[in-house]
Design a protein around this ligand. Sequence first.
Ligand code: MN
Length: 397
Amino acid sequence: MDKRLAYDMPVESMLGLAPIMIDDTTLRDGEQTAGVVFANKEKIRIARLLDEIGVHQIEAGIPAMGGDERDVIEQIAHLGLNASVLGWNRANIPDIQTSLDCGVDAIAISLATSDIHIETKLMKDRPWVIKTISECVTYAKEKNPDVYVSVNAEDASRTEVGFLMEYAKAAKDAGADRLRFCDTIGVMEPFRTYRLVKHLVEHTGLEIEMHTHNDFGMAVANAIAGIHGGATWVNVTIGGLGERAGNAALEEVVMALKYIEELDLGMDTKRFREVAEYVMAAAGRQIPVWKSVVGTNMFAHESGIHADGVIKNPKTYEVFSPEEVGLVRQIVVGKHSGGKAIQLKFHEYGIELSKEDAAEMLPRVREMAVELKRALFDKELLYVFKDMQAEQKAKGA
Ligand code: MN
């Protein structure tokens, strides 16, 4: 009999063979979210926070935009962070020169590789794409041999595989250090992602970075699938902020690697909630309560069966403990609560409630929760208790 747990069934995988590096693009793709602008002060604070929690590379923005954007990238490049600082560029020499002038130690050169982008957006052809990327990488490496060069294949997921390989090889021959596989419109799924990335790694020998979007809710799954296929970099954002439905969320990728794949990147996960709160406030967004990993409902239990399980052993319904990501466990009392949860809640208030009293409170709590269409606040719960006590007294009298 196979005694492994179902979730431990082996996957044919490259995961664990090489270190996994986190490249955060909150300041670039995150800020590209429609309606989001960070102030320069916020950008610097975010860069510091990312560095403090252990991000390996910070994609700081687009130097060619000039003005404030260029200034802040230059400042971030000179903060003395442990993380590498990367500037994003279109595939042209002036953009790349501007990045190099900012003092970043890494650059991304982005060029679309799908025919739909080449023909209808760039209005060029495939030979032009190959020639351009070769020239750009060659230029960057000539100007600064130490600069780390990521070549981005924009819309890689809709690119003919043969041409994607050709593009990757041209980039490598020109001296690129990495190929960023961009699922620009979020149309990949994990099985295809795994096979394609494996193919790219085996046939190009380049480091591969996953850049995945969440249009169908698969950004994190595709990032992990890419790692199984041999990708060693993941491009993420705090809270999954990013264009349209967003990017793979840093905290989800890191915690999934740690708890699903048993690969601990050694990041300061305890600050995940704090960092997400800062970034979302700066972005003028809210963290949905049901958000994976950092949402407050991650550790809120209401249903009688779940609350009872968690009270007896948190591992029954929690994969990791709330402290690990800077959250707290909450037993919420509402329509689905059981007597045990009510007893526990009152224990928190310093009141030892008998089993009988807890049972008597249940229908009252349910009625109130249905009426209000929500869980009860602590005070409301205490009022229910006081009303019950008064009734008991009246009956006894
Ligand atoms: Mn993107």
